[in-house]
Design a protein around this ligand. Structure first.
Ligand code: GTP
Ligand code: MG
Length: 195
């Protein structure tokens, strides 16, 4: 979180984290396509030739107010491919909120579990334990025939008391519900921190 009291701006960082190809970039693409262009930046995507995220994607939104401050909400995605672990940790650092994007396909269960454990470990290493920074879990790709249902995913991933939402980001379903939930969580978190 960065507050510039002179310009009365507050920057909030929300990171979309998750295993390879779970739909993190798709979430940002849908937000970019559907939100009023006056309230968003261009979508900056650093991609490989095969359309895989290289380092991160970035999209800035101007939504709502906190008292007299105008929050700039900065959305980032991490690169999901396994060998980008160092980049994931770097992008996650300083997050005010995290959306963990699950690939609900049954065959991606191990990848989800691994990524979820890594995220917990990174957050713990930053001295921001999981119950400090708001985290929302998005069960994405619920449209797939092999998608595991939410109650099964919740049990297998041990999401415990974290809020979970379902989505099919490819067609936009659940994308804004997720964005609203994490934004609300982050605003509440910031108000506690600033107070
Ligand atoms: N069926 C289905 N496919 C999806 C959904 N969301 C994303 N996809 C597809 O999954 C593939 C990967 O999506 P990305 O958004 O690039 O995934 P990512 O998590 O950013 O991947 P990395 O950047 O490599 O970590 C693309 O072909 C998307 O169209 C969904 O809800 N349902
Ligand atoms: Mg991506």
């Amino acid at each position: 979180m960065h507050i510039n009291w002179q310009s009365r701006e507050i920057n909030l960082k929300i990171v979309y984290y998750g295993p390879a190809l779970s739909g993190k970039t798709t979430n940002l693409e849908q937000i970019h396509a559907r939100i009023d262009p006056r309230r968003r930046s261009d979508l900056v995507s650093l991609k490989t030739q095969g359309d895989r995220t290289l380092f991160f994607d970035f999209l800035q939104l101007e939504l709502g107010r906190i008292g007299s401050l105008t929050p700039k909400i900065q959305l980032y995605t991490v690169p999901g491919q396994s060998y980008y672990e160092a980049s994931r940790k770097l992008v996650l650092r300083g997050a005010d909120g995290v959306v963990f994007v699950v690939d609900s396909a049954a065959e991606r269960l191990t990848a989800n579990v691994q990524a979820f454990q890594d995220m917990r470990a990174h957050l713990a290493s930053f001295d921001t334990p999981l119950n400090d920074v708001p985290v929302i879990v998005q069960f994405n790709k619920q449209d797939l025939p092999t998608a595991l249902p939410p109650h099964v995913l919740r049990m297998l991933l041990h999401t415990d008391s974290l809020p979970v939402l379902t989505a099919s980001a490819k067609c936009g379903d659940g994308v804004f519900t997720t964005l609203k939930a994490i934004t609300r969580g982050v605003m509440a978190y910031v108000q506690r921190e600033v107070a």
